[in-house]
Design a protein around this ligand. Structure first.
Ligand code: F0G
Length: 352
């Protein structure tokens, strides 16, 4: 099979002869059945789409490869983005690969350690502001209006074009769209991209139907659910700590056209789901990536009307790897034993 999302799905992407063939191995991520957690939800089938298996550890690589390829095609020498972390890691990796100068503007103190380490190692110029992601995005937008640097946030349409390939993969693997697709919502690009992907595959006869989309924000950062921008968003899931999403309208459209919903989950619910996914199914996503499973549990608990989950085939998107955020993992994980280096001590600690 062709490597990378551009080669694999070029018939569905806005690429030309002049678009460079870039890949660092993005896409083609596993769709893993989770039978024990399916029982917890009471649904027929539950799958996790492991987007943390992308080369920089998040789904951002699917859209970034295309955004950077198009920037190179257009003769750009530098790229910039605002980011809660993952976009910056992905931009930095593809920027390095293509010899571009990469600038990333991030909210200081609210970016997971692994993501910051990645951006630095890939060689990006990291500009940390004492402000929010939303402020960073406003600054970056203003910069790209005045300077010849390519914007690679998801308001760049090539980002969503690349990200829609995840929906293609889900259909290619299952043979059709699932009944429900559950996804975290931050800047609201990814839910919009999945919807675009499902619609295009449906139109082109690759899928008989389209799923209902269930999006989940964090309670302290839930502008779409509350119906107004949140000036000072707060959540342990720093990836989705966003108060005024750029693709707000597209996400609402995706929600409504699909007959789905966008709801919110508390940090406690997110952290509980985060631990369950890892300890029951061996699926370690970052906190934001646990929001969909947390949301499903909430819908079941509340016996939400209009949703028939019992006979359903459900896919939850695990948007980023748990290794991105070792700090939160260590905060919520159980403790471990520190022992003298003797057989007796280790045996005793094992309960023998
Ligand atoms: N999950 C993870 C792990 C993310 O990094 C993001 C967004 C989302 C979910 C939400 O996706 O914004 O398309 O609704 N991260 C961006 C970033 C904002 O800068 O890395 P969205």
């Amino acid at each position: 099979m062709a490597r990378g999302v551009i080669a694999r799905y070029r018939d569905f992407l806005p690429v030309t002869e002049a678009t460079p063939h870039i890949t660092i191995g993005e896409g083609d991520t596993p769709l893993v059945a989770a039978p024990k957690l399916a029982q917890v939800i009471g649904c027929r089938e539950l799958y996790f789409k492991l987007e943390g298996c992308n080369p920089t550890g998040s789904f951002k690589d699917r859209g970034m490869v295309l955004a950077v390829a198009k920037a190179v095609e257009e003769g750009r020498r530098s790229i910039i983005c605002a980011s809660t972390g993952n976009t910056s890691a992905s931009a930095a990796a593809f920027g390095a690969r293509c010899g571009l100068d990469t600038f990333v503007v991030v909210p200081r103190g609210n970016i997971a350690l692994g993501k910051l380490a990645q951006a630095l190692m890939y060689g990006a110029r990291v500009l940390a502001i004492d402000g929010s992601f939303d402020e960073a995005l406003n600054i970056v937008r203003a910069i790209t209006e005045q300077h010849p640097v390519a914007l690679v946030n998801s308001i760049n349409p090539y980002r969503l074009e690349g990200q829609k390939t995840a929906a293609f993969e889900v259909v290619d693997e299952l043979g059709d769209a699932p009944d429900y697709l559950c996804i975290p919502v931050g800047n609201a690009g990814n839910i919009s991209a999945y919807w675009k992907g499902f619609c295009e595959y449906h139109q082109r006869g690759r899928a008989a139907r389209r799923p209902r989309l269930l999006g989940f924000q964090a309670e302290g950062a839930a502008p779409i659910v509350r119906g107004h921008a949140v000036p000072n968003p707060q959540t342990v899931a720093t990836a989705i700590r966003i108060g005024n999403p750029a693709s707000w309208q597209l996400a609402v459209q995706a929600r409504d056209e699909s007959g789905g919903l966008i709801d919110m989950v508390s940090d406690a619910e997110i952290l509980e789901a985060y631990r369950l996914m890892a300890s029951v199914e061996g699926i370690f996503g970052e906190p934001a990536s646990a929001a969909p499973f947390a949301g499903l549990r909430k819908l079941v608990r509340e016996r939400r009307a209009g949703l028939d989950l019992s006979g359903a085939r459900i896919v939850c998107v695990v948007t980023g790897s748990g290794l991105k955020d070792p700090t939160t993992a260590m905060d919520v994980a159980p403790g471990y034993s520190i022992l003298p280096p003797t057989l007796d001590a280790v045996e005793a600690a094992m309960g023998w």
